[in-house]
Design a protein around this ligand. Structure first.
Ligand SMILES: Nc1ncnc2c1ncn2[C@@H]1O[C@H](COP(=O)(O)OP(=O)(O)OP(=O)(O)O)[C@@H](O)[C@H]1O
Ligand SMILES: [Mg+2]
Length: 388
């Protein structure tokens, strides 16, 4: 089955439109989120000058494919898989197009079977199987704001960047992701996920709850969990997430446990959220040391300095905190009780209620940094699509 990916098709002909539409309804694509737009490759080029390209981009080209592709390469993220529907049935052209990094070339008129087969070819032959990324969020001390930041980043990746995301709230006792995002959960996750051997894609699909088009939430019910989530179950969850989702956000509790440690070791990226005070400084130092020591060949952890400038609360000056830590934060989020309070009370995210706030800006920067889309435009100026 094709994982949770975003697919956009820019077509000209009614035949291609109907073929893609039927393909999107196919059971193999049940988890993918697709949309069909008109205007072919020219419309795609115009649109993606201002937007991040999806996981899969299908473009129909009416005229000379080789003449039209360079403009698309200019705006296309190198991680996007590009499928071209062209008019010319010619082996030399096919080879040229594939050499440019296009993932597949289909000759018009296409049918749904051809589109499905092409997409399955890309995702099911193992080439894409391990591509999903996991981002673990951990507070350096209780209440630092790690959960709220992880929920907002997951939402931003999903809604603004249109990337399918799974958000797993792993605070089995007091997780608040379902409240924060206003969705209903009934599953006692620690019970249903107690035995790693029983966990599979079907179970995960049953437990997920959609919030909007691209965000899927895995969250415990409000009832206090009786048991811990075993480290083996966490491992299995991350494996399933990587197979099914391009992006997974793990909201970890602050309390140290074998499961939390496992999550930090498995994640592709770790985000530590700290407040500028002494205890947080000590804990952040310990966490960063652990992360750098145990993940020597991974990207450096990212630091969020949060709730800066809280009124009536003694704090270290952010500059002094950073100096003492010898570690540069990726983003600094100021304390904004009005905006954060309203978000919690209304079950909405910060960018939904205050899109122009400083917090929204910083959170968007963090989400792009993690997705690797910050500065992607520059990167994609090289003439190369990603190979499937
Ligand atoms: N920048 C901010 N300004 C104002 N309030 C904030 C800010 N960041 C977080 N908060 C608030 O702080 C509280 C704690 O946040 P959150 O639950 O995300 O912390 P946490 O780090 O996950 O802690 P834990 O998981 O240990 O409970 C929440 O009420 C949240 O709305
Ligand atoms: Mg939390």
């Amino acid at each position: 089955m094709i994982p949770h990916v975003s697919i956009r098709a820019f077509v000209h002909s009614p035949t291609a439109s109907a073929a893609v539409e039927r393909a999107l309804a196919d059971r193999h694509l049940a988890r993918a989120q697709g949309e069909i737009l008109s205007g072919g490759i020219a419309a795609a080029v115009a649109h993606y000058r201002a937007h991040v390209t999806p996981d899969v981009l299908i473009v129909e080209v009416e005229r000379d494919v080789l003449a039209e592709l360079p403009a698309l390469a200019e705006v296309c993220d190198t991680r996007t898989l590009v499928l071209v529907i062209g008019q010319t049935n010619d082996v030399t052209l096919y080879k040229c197009v594939m050499q440019l990094g296009v993932s597949d070339y289909l000759v018009a008129p296409v049918d749904a079977v051809g589109v499905v087969a092409s997409l399955r070819g890309l995702y099911e032959d193992g080439r894409q199987a391990t591509k999903g990324k996991t981002y673990a969020f951990i507070p350096s001390k209780g209440g630092a704001g790690s959960s709220v930041i992880s929920h907002n980043v997951a939402w931003l990746m999903a809604a603004r960047e249109e990337k399918p995301v799974m958000l797993a709230d792993l605070d089995m006792a007091f997780g608040a992701a379902s409240l924060a995002l206003d969705v209903r959960t009934q599953h006692k996750l620690t019970d249903v996920m107690q035995d790693a051997a029983q966990m599979d894609t079907a179970l995960l699909d049953r437990l997920l709850i959609a919030r909007g088009k691209h965000l899927q939430l895995l969250a415990p019910s409000a009832a206090l969990a009786e048991a811990e989530l075993p480290a083996a179950s966490l491992r299995k969850l991350v494996e399933l997430a990587r197979d099914g989702f391009r992006n997974t956000v793990l909201d970890l509790p602050g309390a140290w446990s074998p499961t939390v440690k496992e999550a930090l070791l498995m994640a592709d990226d770790v985000v530590v959220t700290a407040q500028p005070d002494l205890i947080s400084l000590r804990n952040t130092r310990a966490l960063l040391d652990f992360l750098v020591r145990s993940r020597p060949n991974d990207p450096a952890p990212k630091l969020v300095l949060n709730q800066v400038g809280q009124r009536k609360r003694p704090e270290l000056a952010p500059a002094a905190f950073v100096e003492a830590l010898q570690f540069k934060p990726t983003v600094i989020v100021r304390s904004d009780p009005a905006v954060f309070g309203k978000a919690v009370n209304t079950g909405q995210t910060i960018p939904e209620i205050a899109p122009r706030s400083a917090a929204s800006r910083e959170l968007a920067k963090l989400s792009r940094e993690l997705l690797g889309t910050e500065g992607a435009q520059k990167l994609s100026r090289r003439f190369s699509f990603r190979r499937g």
